[in-house]
Design a protein around this ligand. Structure first.
Ligand SMILES: Cc1cc2nc3c(=O)[nH]c(=O)nc-3n(C[C@H](O)[C@H](O)[C@H](O)COP(=O)(O)OP(=O)(O)OC[C@H]3O[C@@H](n4cnc5c(N)ncnc54)[C@H](O)[C@@H]3O)c2cc1C
Length: 383
């Protein structure tokens, strides 16, 4: 029996563990793969629902499940922080115990850090606690300035701050506070969703404008206080309520390992997701995949999932002494909530040179329903 070590039970890790467990039995129901999943957190949060939590469209306990619940036949969960990774020997150490495998898939996501004491002055809505705290303050809000800040690049889900701002604007309008409220986005990016190209970027910008959301591009924060933000162009802006994205780093356990590449992230073969070490793969946010244009592939759950499916398929084939025959194609669909029960459907195909990298359509109810469904399906299917 071959052992597959899966590092991290987030979106990529759960998807690959599930796929492998489906492939792991033969017709006599004999397990031919042993799957061990390593995870430090008790709660497995569905991050795409965090913007809904910020504006009270979800309760906290509706968007996470217990990590333990992913255990299924042929799938074992080891709870604890991974302290060491040895890709050469395909092994990991947790609480001083070392586990050895035949294959390893690293899906540890990003490490988040609040710069400039932003945690003291606002809410990191990329985490459960921050999104929940922001909502508590929003409920008490009587008007004033709301800031949505992108504190550094890169960050996952590059539409999330725009989505959050549009949902906040919707909430404020429904509460009858729009005359007394100013919502602003501050970001170091030159344009919203730069990676998507000029068309989608300017469509999103004009939607923000139509909704009265102010957009300050090329603004890199340099310091913060309890009610103001300072930027690298020496401009200062006050706020009454702040939501921010944290700095994203490659997790420390990888930074100290030989898996980290020049980019500061794990670098892999863009088709197979295999690292420089045989039988060691990396998927999801922890990977830096440079596209032809030099821009990295955006860090999105939709890609973590499709990479997981391909790697699971190929590992199963290799275990059965067959050729690995699937490749990642950087295609995916996602939905950007825009308020009023609508979402912008966006379709990406980054490896296809013959078409636009991203196609976006006007916000519609159907997009919102699809996003709603993907949340329900994920939480139902996996736990
Ligand atoms: C607000 C928000 C909105 C989003 N919206 C969308 C969307 O609409 N569509 C979309 O496609 N994507 C969206 N995303 C992005 C999506 O959530 C991520 O791209 C996806 O979760 C990446 O999956 P992953 O497996 O790489 O990492 P993660 O899901 O972050 O999982 C990594 C796991 O590794 C664990 N871990 C880390 N270090 C260790 C360690 N040392 N030991 C043990 N365990 C460890 C972590 O606890 C975590 O569970 C959104 C993200 C946010 C924050």
């Amino acid at each position: 029996m071959k052992t597959v070590l899966i590092l991290g039970a987030g979106i990529g890790g759960i998807e690959i563990a599930r796929e492998l467990s489906i492939n792991s039995g033969n017709e006599d129901d004999i397990q031919i793969i042993k799957i061990i999943v390593f995870e430090k957190e008790d709660k497995s949060v569905f991050s795409p629902s965090l913007p809904w939590l910020m504006v009270g469209k979800r309760e906290t306990d509706q968007i996470y499940k217990s990590t333990k619940n992913i255990e299924a036949s042929g799938l074992e969960v080891v709870k604890g922080e991974i302290e060491n990774i040895d890709p050469e020997n395909i092994s990991v150490t947790v609480k001083n115990k070392t586990f050895k495998g035949d294959y390893m898939v690293v899906s540890l996501g990003v490490e988040q850090k609040a710069k400039f004491k932003l945690d003291d002055y606002g809410y990191n809505f990329f985490q459960l606690k921050g999104a929940e705290g922001f909502h508590e303050q929003l409920e008490k809000f009587k008007g004033g300035k709301i800031a949505v800040l992108v504190s550094s690049l890169p960050y996952k889900s590059p539409a999330a701050p725009y989505e959050a701002a549009m949902l906040i604007q919707d909430y404020i309008t429904n509460k009858g506070l729009s005359d007394k409220t100013e919502i602003s986005i501050y970001t170091p990016e030159k344009e919203p969703m730069e990676f998507a190209g000029e068309g989608p970027s300017s469509e999103l910008k004009s939607l923000l404008e139509k909704k009265g959301i102010k957009y300050y591009s090329s603004h890199q924060i340099t310091s913060a206080s309890k009610d103001s933000l300072e930027f690298d162009n020496y401009e200062n802006y006050n706020f009454d309520l702040l939501a921010f994205t944290p700095e994203h780093l490659c997790p420390a356990v990888i930074r100290k390992s030989s898996l980290v590449g020049k980019s500061g992230w794990i670098e892999v073969n863009e088709l197979s997701m295999e690292t420089a070490y045989p039988n060691v793969y990396a998927i999801g946010d922890i990977v830096e995949l440079k596209l032809g244009s030099g821009i990295p592939l955006p860090k999105l759950g939709v890609f973590a999932r499709s990479q997981a499916k391909i790697v699971a398929h190929n590992i199963s084939r290799r275990i059965g002494n067959k050729e690995a025959n699937k490749t990642f194609n950087a295609e995916g669909q996602y939905y950007i909530e825009s308020g009023d029960g609508k979402a912008i459907p966006a379709k990406a195909h980054f490896y296809d040179p013959s078409s636009e990298k991203v196609e976006v359509n006007s916000p519609d109810n159907w997009g919102h329903i699809k996003k709603w469904w993907s949340e329900k399906y994920w939480l139902f299917k996996n736990f």
